[in-house]
Design a protein around this ligand. Sequence first.
Ligand SMILES: [Fe+2]
Ligand SMILES: [Fe+2]
Length: 200
Amino acid sequence: MAGDRARAKDGAMIARTLLIPIGSLGLLAASCSAPPQPGEAEPPAAAEGSSPLQVPQSLAREHQEIHETLARATREPGELGKTAMVLEQALAPHFKREEEIAAPPLGLLPALARGPATAEMRAVLPMTQALERELPHMLEEHGAVRDALTRFRAEAVKANKPDYVRFCDALAAHALQEEEILYPAAIAVGRYVDSAAPKP
Ligand SMILES: [Fe+2]
Ligand SMILES: [Fe+2]
């Protein structure tokens, strides 16, 4: 599909952008990056003395914990495991795209709160522009995630698995927080940097 190809092309471009060193920002340590997904190549290390634009540690951890709980749930027997698998399939590509275009711009927030926007911060613009374009699709994906979540939660209730019920409620809150705060904040970062950062 042309849209998918465009997204993939944007993703490749943005993945390269992620590796642009913006060391002068003093952003996040290398340990903050999201771990590569199975089958993905490890990204090249950043040049010494520089930090790439990265997913904030708190968000990377939250996604990782969700993946781990869901991976465990997919191994459950019967409908519980099957509905967990459907949820995982809805979630995995969505999280990957978030980690490419929606989460890294938020890594600029501490630096923007401390000081002025810099020319180097313009490296964020391909991500935030892609996020603005893809926002309707990402919100549609949240709809698919919520549908899958509802079915998995019902199976968790039936199987008397309160841990998974709590997980579902936390995942629903995660999606709502993105819609209310994180996606708009990432877009606002891009618009601010575009208007305030010096052009190189
Ligand atoms: Fe997310
Ligand atoms: Fe999301």
